[in-house]
Design a protein around this ligand. Structure first.
Ligand code: ZN
Length: 360
């Protein structure tokens, strides 16, 4: 495609997007849209999917960063390859130069479908091919995946040998214009994606609930061990035959329980159980965010693992973080309203049990 055609197309896009033709953005877009021909990294009509993707994403990142002129430059580079891919007559054809002249002189139109109908009244398969692409370019396009798909789709009717496969110069230029416009509009679209933000919030809620469940289960396990340990301790005092043997066995059981309780408490304090959930949450977030990376501005919400959400609390923590007097708690323990879990030199209570009694 001729330089002046590339420039004509991007000037039309600048106009449609509301940029002034003499703005720095316009200058950089025009710089970008002709530079691949200076680089001479031919062929431009096909096989440029990777550079197209790179430059479209780079343009979007610079736009998110607020650097509009440089975003325009990279968009321009991508548009060059995209526009070239819509030239349906091969550069190897001896008619190529004349074709490009005609492309340059062709009028712009917004109505691709009408243009296709008018151009191919008697060629059903040509018409259907172009209609399908016209329909695709006419759909609402947003987001990284669909924009990159559109940007790297091979141009219609590209052919090296068969003259019957040609489109028409005015078809080429109008398809190139429409594709360039749709892609440019997407690159300069909203920086935030409400659907993505919502998905992140849904994941946060789901994993906060999961963390809550895991916390209660883990704390319950510890409390269960403590109760079993205390139980075996109590049974040591009971009279009966084989008392000595039984006590020996209970002492042994007690040791095991004590060991388990201590180990569990260590794990609990290191928040091992919650770190697992956090890891799963981060994997999930990665999967949610991956398709949109470098395309939207988003904030990954953090799961808070504060003391206030813990199920097993020491008496100090109860008074500090829940603002409940130690004496109130001690009183509840003394009246057997809540259970006191003793682990080594410390005393713990269950937050749920406490909440139950306080709400009565
Ligand atoms: Zn080129």
């Amino acid at each position: 495609m001729l330089w002046r055609t590339h420039i004509r197309i991007v000037n039309e896009i600048l106009r449609k997007l509301g940029f002034s033709l003499s703005s720095p953005e316009a200058n950089r877009l025009r710089d970008g849209v002709i530079i691949p021909d200076r680089w001479r990294d031919f062929p431009h009509h096909h096989g440029k999917s990777e550079p197209i993707k790179e430059h479209v994403v780079k343009a979007r990142m610079l736009f998110l960063d607020g650097n509009l002129p440089e975003a325009c430059f990279h968009l321009g580079v991508a548009l060059h390859y995209i526009q070239d891919s819509y030239t349906s007559l091969s550069t190897r054809s001896r008619h190529h130069t004349r074709w490009e002249e005609q492309v340059d002189q062709a009028h712009f139109t917004d109505n691709l479908k009408e243009l296709v109908n008018r151009t191919f009244p008697d060629y059903d398969d040509r018409r259907e091919d172009y209609m399908r692409i016209a329909g695709w370019l006419g759909e609402e396009n947003e987001g990284k995946i669909s924009t990159l798909e559109l940007a790297t789709a091979s141009g219609p009717g590209l052919s090296f040998w068969g003259p019957r496969e040609w489109g028409k110069p005015y078809i080429d230029v109008n398809f190139a214009l429409k594709a360039s416009y749709v892609i440019s509009k997407s690159v300069f679209s909203e920086k935030h994606c409400p659907k993505l933000d919502e998905e992140l919030q849904i994941a946060l809620k789901e994993y906060e609930e999961k963390a809550g469940g895991v916390e209660i289960r883990f704390a319950n396990e510890i409390m269960d061990f403590v109760k079993r340990r205390d139980d075996s301790e109590k049974r040591k005092g009971e009279p009966g035959t084989f008392r000595v043997v039984r006590n020996l066995f209970l002492t042994f059981l007690n040791m095991i329980h004590n060991f388990q309780v201590k180990r569990k408490l260590e794990e609990y304090r290191e928040q091992k159980h919650l770190k697992e959930v956090l890891k799963e949450y981060r994997d999930r977030i990665d999967r949610v965010v991956m398709p949109h990376r470098f395309w939207y501005v988003y904030c990954i919400p953090e799961i808070q693992l504060g003391v206030a959400d813990r199920e097993l609390l020491s008496l100090e923590e109860v008074s500090e973080s829940l603002q409940i007097e130690k004496t109130t708690v001690r009183d509840l323990i003394a009246r057997d309203r809540i259970f006191c879990y003793r682990i080594q030199d410390e005393e713990f209570i269950s937050k749920s049990e406490l909440a139950q009694h306080l709400s009565k």
